[in-house]
Every structure is written in structure tokens, then in C-alpha cells.
Ligand binder design. Sequence first.
Ligand code: HEC
Length: 156
Amino acid sequence: MERLIAGGARILIAVLPLLALPLPAEAQGRGPVRSSRDGVYTAVQAARGSDTFATICTGCHTPESHTGPVFMGSWGGSSLWDLFIYLSEQMPKTDPGTLSAREYLQVVAYILELNGMPAGSAELPADSAGLSRIRLDTAKAADAAIPINTRRRGES
Ligand code: HEC
């Protein structure tokens, strides 16, 4: 839970400068939320992520540990930005932050692939605004269609 709160705070920091500008509602995070099922990464991106994972992450994790009900119980419904920031700041556990942003993004793409999300023709966006608007969906979360921002900030 702590990491989700930290992720939320970062989203806020990332969007604060944007709020000062008269941007379309979509750019302020109120626009349509994309699903991780909508072909949001490319197969090439995931293949590179797979290589990185095999080199750096497999000492401690199996690919399977980033799939299934336990993983989705932690991450389902979160934005890809939350996952990206978590990986960037916490992994690899003994040497956090040592991959490039591009490599972390490729690993996120690989995790999507592991979870059966279809690849598409455009790469995952490399910015907080784009990633914040893509929700990591399970079948259940997709059915419930909970917007990220409602879930994250509580709208209270
Ligand atoms: C030295 C061992 C080690 C390495 C290498 C490592 N991790 Fe981890 N990882 C952990 C531990 C331990 C945790 C449990 C959380 C914690 O202790 O911070 C974890 C947690 C995670 C989680 C959250 C798991 C969940 O179910 O919520 C993800 C995702 C993750 N790691 C991905 C990665 C990726 C991707 C890499 C490679 C870039 C990586 N890790 C490299 C040890 C490692």
C-alpha cells in the first residue's frame, strides 16, 4: 500500500505544472482511461524487456511471479506509471535505479506480455501523463471499469 501512496504523490507532482496551463481535460487526467488490453506496447519493446529481465531480474524473480492472482491483486487497477515508478525506484532490489528509463519501460511492456495483454503498433508512452492514463487491467478490473484517478485519489 505504501508504494501506491508514494506513486500517487508522484503523479500529483508530475501533473502539478500541467494544471497551471489551460490543457484539454484529457491531459489533466480526466479524459478517457486506456486499458492495458488496448495494444499499448509493441512486441519489440516487450522482447527487449524480456532480455533485460532474463539478465537482471531472474536471479530473484521468475517471470511467473509477475503474473497471476497474487500479482494482479497488488497491481491490477493501478496505472502503468505506478508500476514503472516502483520498478525504477525499488528494483533491482540490491541496486535500485540502475537501469535506464527506456529499459524499465521495456520491462513494463514485458510484464504486460506475460499477463497476456496484446501488443500493438505504438510503444508504451515514455512520459508520466501517458503512462498514468493506462490502467493495468485484469478481466475483473476491466469489467468493473474503475477509472484510475477515482481509485487513486478517492475524489473526496
Ligand atoms: C536481489 C534480488 C532482486 C532483484 C535482482 C530484483 N528484485 Fe524485484 N523484488 C525483490 C524483493 C525482495 C521484492 C519484494 C519487495 C521488497 O522487498 O522491496 C521484489 C519485488 C518486486 C516486485 C513487486 C512484486 C509484487 O508482486 O508486487 C516487482 C514487480 C519486481 N520486484 C520486479 C523486478 C524487476 C522487473 C527486476 C529487474 C529489473 C527486479 N525486480 C529485480 C528482489 C529483487
